[in-house]
Design a protein around this ligand. Sequence first.
Ligand SMILES: *Cc1c(COP(=O)(O)O)cnc(C)c1O
Length: 633
Amino acid sequence: MSKISSLEQAVQTYGVEHWGAGYFGINKYGNLIVRPTKNDVRSADVKLIVDHLISRQRLKPPVLLRFPQIIASQIRELYLSFSSAIREFDYRGAHLAVYPLKVNPRRDVVEAFLQEGRKYGYGLEVGSKAELYAALAFEQTSDSLLVCNGFKDETFIEMAFAAAALGKNVFVVIEKLNELYTFLRVAETARYKPHLGVRVKLYSRGSGRWEKSGGETAKFGLTTTETLEVIKLIKHHRLIDSLKMLHCHIGSQITDIKRIKNAIKEAARVYAKMRKLGVEIEYLNVGGGMSVDYDGSKTSFESSANYTMQEFANDVVYTVSSICADENVPEPIIVTESGRILTAYHAMVVVNVQDEIETVIDEIAPGEVDEDDPQVVLELRDLRDNITSKNYREYYHDALEHKEELVTLFSLGYIDLEDRAKGEVLFWQIIEKVEQFARQSRFFHEEFDDLRKLLAAKYLCNFSVFRSAPDAWALDHLFPIMPIHKLDEPPTEFATLVDLTCDSDGIIDKFVDLKEVKEVLEVHPFSREPYYLAILLVGAYQEAMGNYHNLFGALNEAHIIIDTDGDFHVQKIIPGHSLGDVLTLARYDRNFLLEGFERNLAMAVKRDRLSEDESMLLRQYYEATVNKYTYLD
Ligand SMILES: *Cc1c(COP(=O)(O)O)cnc(C)c1O
């Protein structure tokens, strides 16, 4: 295959143009590139970035690459989408966004959000005390919002009052009746008060994996009766002027735009009816949930989205506008809390393939099979020698049966280890031929799908699924994965990816595809040369949800800015966790470790296993090793 057609083939194989949203592509050198804005002429070559980090910055893989410009680009798109919808539908309200810290609470990410979002008056959303505590330290523009969701105790609510004292435009959204009692208690002695909001349960549900965040049985929000009671109580305390926001959120990654429209319709009606009760709600907060098209299929499949940001904005603005017209109430300021769509694209994890775990044993030459060998071995040999493109389907089933028989005979003690080995080698040789014939045939029968998986290589990758792509493990969530180089050479192998953890769940065997879910990934043959794969679109949720299974820690991290001339520069380097760092998280402080090691050393010296000198060297070694990276060198 020529280099050009290989490049085109790679674009197809990995679906870059489908899920890449204009941020990713492949250059003529066969490397993955990143663009700072959609379809920008500027781009940076990911392989060159990784080479630079390794040789110049001595930063070892695996690395997390962050592209803050992509966060800014997504925010701009959000702003432009809503501006355009507001103009198109002559909407007299406005739109404001808040960034939910839960999606990615990393300081650098929140700072990147505020740096761009500040231009449009965008603010923050918090759902816990720790998130609010962090938000109190950020500078926001005066009209931007600070929305407090989630279950709240007295401290949480007091902190919201502190935010109000600072002059922040803060909203305490009541999720439970007792939060209101606490609010009223704190309000008695406070000079500055936050605004109030109510979160209502909608009957409408989202779609996709987080469907149960909506509906009557949702975990959050007030029922209709509770909402009325809250209003009554607030009126009674003469605080009704503070109740300014109506909030709903029907879940994350809502893949189907119809569900969004239905929810907005219902929420807008609730807004209108509250207005008619004399509650002057100004902000209609429609929550988050904008879906990321991880597989590029543009469908309502759980890893996809059947709409764009513009369509989302149009539908929200149009629906709110038409219901307000119908009910003859003022058009509110629409607040959105979408986080996933803003941050998913900006981060990727680059891992090196460390090794290939051989699953097949076909490379061991079978010992001569002779007529004294057990019948089952002879039959497998005959299948191997006589298989053709005409009989391979039948022979495949025969081979499966003989393989069963082989193991049964072995378990019963009728054949020995050598016979079993011969039989297994012959079996794999047959399977390989079956796969070749199946591939050549015009119809790839479904019965051979498993075969491809059976024959797939296992690439041992230098990372932990649990740390870097936890949703792939917990939810079978799909992330685009592809080599960052060699894309001008055809990928001739199929592989699943296994991680470093001693956990059989530490594997990725589901990959994005336009029509289905692939169970194997097209890869290049593994040699001893460095081979890098990128796991893309991991900027939302993965970092905070990632865990320390097997004590694999945070990755080395680099923040990359793509310059005007197409060059890149490294804005920031953040070293990943060392052995000492992850051990501290499990409550092994350094003194405990060192003192414990020293005690063991002293014992070894006492028993004359080690000399004093040896013991000193070993101590130095132990002390220095605490700074090593948790991943393979
Ligand atoms: C999680 C959450 C969000 C963010 O949802 P995305 O799917 O990331 O857009 C917004 N609002 C609330 C209340 C949430 O709990």
